[in-house]
Design a protein around this ligand. Structure first.
Ligand code: PEP
Length: 270
């Protein structure tokens, strides 16, 4: 049983005690390119009626498209639900059409950002190098980072899973551990309805924990490792019961307040 009721406020990550039994779960919603300003507000209103509101509850993060963050903040400010962007650029400003700076996310109410998502890697040329640059800039702007990595089906079938995770995670050592959550998202499980088994997730998370220990030393014990890939209300608890699975990054099932809430409640009861 994890004990994290005495966990300090999330705004003071530097003072976190590095104890593996005190990793407060994080449940994050990645809305990808879905929703509207109206639906994000309705979603938050429904969520806030039921979301656990005490110090022992999981941290909840909602990452809608950029254009909806300000509307979401109208409802979420001073609530237990934090907001995040789905990526950010590494520069503060400049001629980078279509990009958004970390400070711009902060201005509209975000306190988190997803970086290195496999859809960015697959469709928009994201690399380990650019993901790291984004994550560093985000940390400098005061954002907390959900750093995504994971292998493709081809890589898993080819026995390369750990080599891929080793390569992808090697850059993370350049970040401040207190402001990073690492999301293991096997590409073959994202949006496919085919989740990793709890044992597969634990195996990858234990490997990543070892990598983080090598990079960060004892600070790695306090870093939350999220599983992402077809998390649903009916599989969330078994996944999050694994000792190194400290929460979930949820795509499809986060678009519906009832199913997202059920996943949050699963995290609250592990
Ligand atoms: C994701 O996009 O990060 C994700 C995990 O999606 P899904 O839950 O739909 O597989």
């Amino acid at each position: 049983v994890r004990r994290w009721s005495s966990w300090p406020a999330p705004s003071s990550p530097a003072s976190l005690p590095w104890r593996s039994d005190m990793r407060r779960p994080v449940v994050a919603a990645n809305w990808k390119m879905h929703g509207s300003c109206a639906t994000v507000q309705e979603f938050l209103e429904a969520l806030l009626e039921r979301v656990p509101q005490n110090a022992e509850a999981p941290e909840v993060v909602l990452c809608p498209p950029y254009t909806m963050i300000a509307a979401a903040a109208v409802v979420a400010t001073a609530s237990p639900v934090a907001l995040g962007g789905q990526s950010c650029h590494w520069e503060e400003k400049g001629a980078f059409t279509g990009e958004v700076a970390p400070g711009m996310l902060v201005e509209v109410g975000a306190s988190w950002v997803i970086v290195g998502h496999s859809e960015r890697r697959q469709h928009f040329g994201e690399s380990d190098d650019t993901a790291l640059r984004r994550a560093k800039a985000a940390q400098q702007a005061g954002l907390r980072v959900i750093y995504c990595l994971g292998e493709t089906l081809e890589q898993r079938d080819g026995g390369e899973t750990f080599a891929v995770l080793e390569r992808q995670s090697s850059v993370i050592g350049a970040l401040e551990p207190a402001g990073v959550v690492v999301a293991y998202e096997p590409v073959w499980a994202i949006g496919t309805g085919r989740n990793a088994s709890p044992e597969q997730a634990q195996e990858a998370h234990a490997f990543l924990r070892g990598r983080l220990r090598a990079l960060w030393g004892p600070a790695a014990e306090g870093v939350r490792l999220l599983y992402g890939g077809s998390v649903k209300p009916d599989n969330a608890q078994a996944l999050m019961r694994q000792p190194d699975v400290d929460g979930a990054l949820v795509g499809g099932a986060s678009l519906d307040a009832v199913s997202f809430l059920a996943i949050i409640q699963s995290a609250a009861t592990v």
